[in-house]
Design a binder for this molecule. Structure first.
Ligand code: NAD
Length: 319
């Protein structure tokens, strides 16, 4: 039996809670530190009777000490456009102060460390697809900058702790991920479309719908995190599905998966909305032997029951 203990900041969120499941599945003990700003204790309710699991309700922008841990997975941060626009300053704080505190825990206990960064670091990219070596095209003062710049700063602090304090760090640049536990009202493409389709409302497409995105199913994404955690790569690694869809194609796939009669409604493009986003995953393939297995059609099918329940559940429908 593995006696290792992992800290997951932001473990009550969408990705963090799936990561907790995967770590427990591999025999780890897990302590989550989360202030439930955008996450939900319900995402972890199934773990409450597991003696290897603990949830601490705390804001990591204040210094914290969860006791000895062997690995720090730093996932705390509002992540969806709706959340980081609503919580702009907390987003900047958790990316900066929160990251210092998570790294301080790793430094204190000699723990390994992996931080969730984002494809948003590439901004509205001038290179396509995006390789890890691309430095990005980010507007530092636009409305999305509270998230994009927080994450770029997160990467900078992480590399500094690696260089100056020799912390054994890893950085994963996550591209759009979806699946069960994705918040219903978080403004992300899949949750928006699923909700609208299941309510027989028109699916809102911004601009012409020809902007592209790639969508990774959550189990593939978490598999990438675990492989990176076991590697000794300190520079960023993209983990995402390189299969690219226009937003319009995605809307059509959701309509098909749900069997909905919904139509498409067009609205103006928000400021700084990236036109294209697709990971180059050559590095993950070569270094980690990772690639996604679940494509959009199957992933939507696997997510359908969750979204049906979430649409029916008044407590999640209001978030
Ligand atoms: N889901 C995606 O597609 C995606 C894409 C790129 C990057 N990411 C990154 O992955 C991480 C997790 O994203 P998610 O989709 O699970 O988001 P989420 O909002 O579901 O989860 C984030 C969690 O962090 C917690 N949190 C926020 N501020 C905190 C603070 N100050 N102290 C303690 N806890 C705090 C929230 O309560 C929540 O439980 C984030 O760092 C995000 O930037 C996600």
């Amino acid at each position: 039996m593995n006696k290792l203990r992992a800290l997951v900041t932001g473990g009550a969120g969408f990705l963090g809670s799936h990561l907790c499941d995967a770590l427990l599945g591999e025999g780890w003990s897990v302590v989550v530190v989360d202030n439930l700003l955008t996450g939900r204790a319900a995402n972890l309710a199934h773990l409450q009777n597991d003696s290897r699991f603990e949830l601490i309700n705390k804001d990591i922008c204040e210094p914290f000490d969860p006791g000895k841990v062997d690995f720090v997975f730093h996932f705390a941060s509002p992540a969806s456009p709706v959340d980081y626009m609503m919580h702009g300053i907390p987003t900047l704080k958790v990316g900066s102060l929160g990251t210092f505190h998570a790294l301080d825990v790793a430094h204190k206990y000699g723990a390994k460390y992996l931080v969730s960064s984002t494809s948003e670091c590439y901004g509205d990219p001038l290179e396509h697809p995006q390789k890890e070596t691309y430095w990005g095209n980010v507007n530092s003062i636009g409305p999305r900058s509270v998230y994009d710049e927080a994450k770029r700063f997160t990467e900078a602090v992480t590399m500094a702790y690696h260089r100056y304090h020799k912390v054994d760090t890893r950085i994963v640049r996550i591209f759009n991920t979806y699946g069960p536990r994705l918040q219903l009202n978080d403004g992300r493409v899949i949750s928006n479309f699923m909700k609208q389709a299941l309510r027989s409302e028109p699916l809102t497409v911004y601009g012409t719908g020809n902007q592209t995105r790639s969508f990774c199913y959550v189990s593939d994404e978490v598999d990438g995190f675990l492989r990176l955690a076991k590697s000794s790569e300190h520079l960023p690694v993209n983990i995402g599905n390189p299969n690219e869809f226009t937003i319009l194609e995605c809307a059509q796939q959701v309509i098909k998966a749900t069997g909905s009669k919904s139509k498409i409604a067009y609205e103006p493009l928000p400021q700084d909305d990236p036109k294209q986003r697709r990971p180059d995953i050559t590095k993950a393939r070569q270094l980690l032997g990772w690639e996604p297995k679940i494509q959009l059609e199957e992933g939507l099918r696997l997510s359908l029951d969750y979204f049906k329940n979430a649409v029916a559940d008044k407590s999640t429908a209001t978030r």
